[in-house]
Design a protein around this ligand. Structure first.
Ligand SMILES: [Zn+2]
Length: 465
């Protein structure tokens, strides 16, 4: 693999040129322990030399544009006057452009097949406790209920597994805990990654998990908190001679004891953003219907691994390639169709798993059935049809639709649960989704497009659900 080089620049003297840096753009989400706190998003430029954290607030890039650049080789343009020091942690960026000279590095959004992860357990130099013994972390990957292999197989309908994952015993970092935190109590995730990987490198071959496959991701487990959050995302790095995007998480003890959070961070590693409700606030942790929102809300509690992950909304599964239009019903403006929708957690389904409603503005609704059943969904707020409006130009593309006005602060209310006799009236394009009946494995749904509406609806006018 050709090495990526930081071109131009940086020394102590200001440059008279437009400065640019080259590398791979990655994103890492920070999730606080309490769902009431806001999420954090860090951006990094990864080169083989180091990883720079970027302040992209001046770029005015849309979410769509940022997403199109993630995990790709890019050129980052910075202010002429900005001096960049070798130990600088945050670089202010004017614009980001794809580096067309370095194509072919980007992973696809689709995630399919065997994706082994490795857990590396790192103790801060001044903290000797070991949060859990090695076998706790090894068994965390089991193909048994609560185990991550079992979990990812279920939520992906066996489209992915984490067979070949492993964990390695505790090693000690070269620095004390507080040395990784800045004055704002924010962690230097790059330094933590570098030091943790260096500490285990003699034990782990990241390029070969023992079964001839490189690890897909790295779950870093730490023995104390490091600021607000657990973190998950991507990092481009050369490890054991292999240069690629590694899916990476940074986990404090509270996350280690909550499988739903580990699943959430691995979800960020797989490229998933947050899901959300529709209340319009800045907090993305207020939908209990998605592990990528409230990761522990209405979760099944396992005596060993804590609050477990739930399913992921259908639009994200669609984006990862775990469901396709072939297993859904795709509505159109002339639709006048009764669909038997099977509940999300069902392993195999003779009926559609979802209804996708493409809208004129390029966004979609995804309609799915949820049932309080099984290892991961048994504690959901109810058995109901759930509708997500999905706009990939938002920070959190999938928002649970709420029939109440104003929408609830937390989406466990009747307003988000569409039940027999209720109709969701779409105000954008005029679709109607009516829940006709409960079936053995889901709900019977009537979907009418704006040109497929029965005449009597127009004659009688609209009624509220
Ligand atoms: Zn998150």
């Amino acid at each position: 693999m050709k090495s990526l080089i930081l071109t131009a620049l940086f020394l102590m003297a200001p440059s008279v040129f437009s400065q640019h840096l080259e590398g791979v753009l990655t994103q890492v989400y920070g999730d606080p322990q309490a769902d009431s706190q806001d999420a954090r998003i860090n951006y990094y430029l990864n080169s083989n030399d180091r990883s720079w954290r970027l302040d992209i607030s001046q770029t005015k890039l849309s979410q769509q544009s940022i997403r199109s650049l993630l995990n790709q080789p890019v050129q980052v343009i910075i202010d002429d006057d900005q001096q960049i020091y070798s130990d600088q942690s945050l670089i202010s960026v004017l614009s980001i452009e794809p580096d067309l000279s370095r194509s072919g590095l980007a992973p696809k959004a689709v995630i399919l097949g065997t994706k082994p992860w490795v857990s590396v357990l790192c103790k801060f130099k001044d903290r000797s406790n070991e949060t859990e013994p090695l076998n706790y972390f090894q068994n965390m990957y089991a193909n048994l209920p609560a185990g991550l292999d079992h979990y990812w197989r279920e939520v992906s309908y066996d489209q992915i597994n984490v067979v070949g994952s492993n964990a390695y015993d505790w090693v000690t970092l070269p620095k004390n805990r507080d040395e990784y935190l800045d004055v704002n109590n924010d962690p230097d995730l790059s330094q933590m990654f570098d030091d943790c990987i260096a500490a285990v490198d003699a034990l782990v071959d990241f390029s070969d998990n023992g079964f001839g496959q490189a690890y897909e991701g790295i779950n870093m487990m730490f023995n104390d908190t490091f600021g607000c959050c657990a973190w998950g995302g991507g990092r481009y790095e050369t490890l054991d001679g292999l240069s690629k995007l590694w899916r990476v998480t940074w986990n404090p003890p509270w996350a280690i004891h909550k499988q739903g959070t580990i699943a959430h961070e691995m979800g960020h590693g797989f490229g998933l953003p947050h899901a959300n409700n529709s209340d319009g606030d800045s907090n993305p942790y207020d939908s209990p219907w998605d592990v990528m929102s409230s990761s522990g809300g209405y979760s099944v509690n396992d005596p060993v691994y804590g609050l477990l992950g739930k399913h992921i909304n259908m639009s994200y599964k669609y984006n990862l390639g775990w469901v396709t239009d072939a297993v859904g019903y795709i509505a159109n403006p002339s639709s006048q169709q009764i669909v038997t929708l099977e509940y999300t957690a069902k392993a195999s389904s003779p009926h559609p798993r979802f209804i996708r409603i493409p809208l004129n503005d390029g966004t979609n609704y995804f309609v799915e059935a949820r049932k309080k059943v099984g290892n991961y969904e048994a504690n959901l707020p109810g058995n109901a049809v759930i509708v997500h409006h999905v706009d990939w130009n938002r920070n959190e593309p999938a928002w649970v639709v709420d029939g109440d006005n104003p929408p609830a602060n937390y989406a466990d209310t009747e307003g988000v649960m569409w039940k027999v006799g209720e109709t969701f009236y779409d105000a954008r394009d005029g679709y109607q989704v009516s829940v006709l009946a409960v079936t053995t494995d889901g709900f019977q749904i009537q979907i009418n497009g704006p040109y497929g509406l029965p005449d009597l609806i127009f004659a009688d006018g609209f009624e509220s659900p």
